[in-house]
Design a protein. Structure first.
Length: 160
């Protein structure tokens, strides 16, 4: 009986230890990076950010010289790092001008994002401008009222 319990214990221990390989360590890495991001300040140099945060993600197609991405959010369990799982730190002239996805989307670059966050007042302002432009276009393209007098005069001349 003791031998049987030792075998069960060994099997359970093996299963538990081997399952640790599947633990999502990226979650903990992202949590650590988010904590470090709270210490980033406007005006920091690239070297100061590098000292604080460590190396940004490398070999990512969305990295640019003045935009560094750091892994912060686990969204997919596929072991690939995608843009939605990263937080950008944006530099201008070697100094931090902003960070975070909201800053990046609204202030810096919008080319490859599918959505943009507008405040209600911005959206209302855009709708008002669009409405006034539509109204102006409709006025410009309206056909003039038909003048029947010229047509009647022509019929009289032709004898009809």
């Amino acid at each position: 009986m003791r031998f049987f319990l030792k075998i069960i214990f060994a099997v359970l221990l093996t299963v538990i230890v081997s399952s640790c390989e599947y633990c999502n360590w990226a979650y903990f890495e992202g949590e650590d990076t988010r904590a470090k991001l709270s210490n980033v300040r406007i005006g920091m140099t690239k070297q100061e950010v590098l000292d604080l945060m460590g190396e940004p993600l490398k070999n990512e197609k969305f990295n640019k010289p003045d935009i560094w991405f750091y892994y912060t959010n686990v969204r997919w369990g596929d072991s690939l790092t995608v843009r939605e799982e990263s937080t950008p730190v944006v530099f201008s002239e070697g100094r931090v001008v902003g960070w975070g996805n909201d800053y990046y989307k609204t202030e810096y670059e919008f080319k490859d994002w599918d959505e943009r966050i507008y405040s209600e007042s911005e959206q209302q302002q855009r709708e008002a401008v669009l409405g006034s432009l539509t109204e102006a276009l409709q006025k410009d393209t309206e056909l003039p009222q038909k003048d029947d007098t010229a047509e009647r005069d022509l019929k009289k001349l032709m004898g009809k």
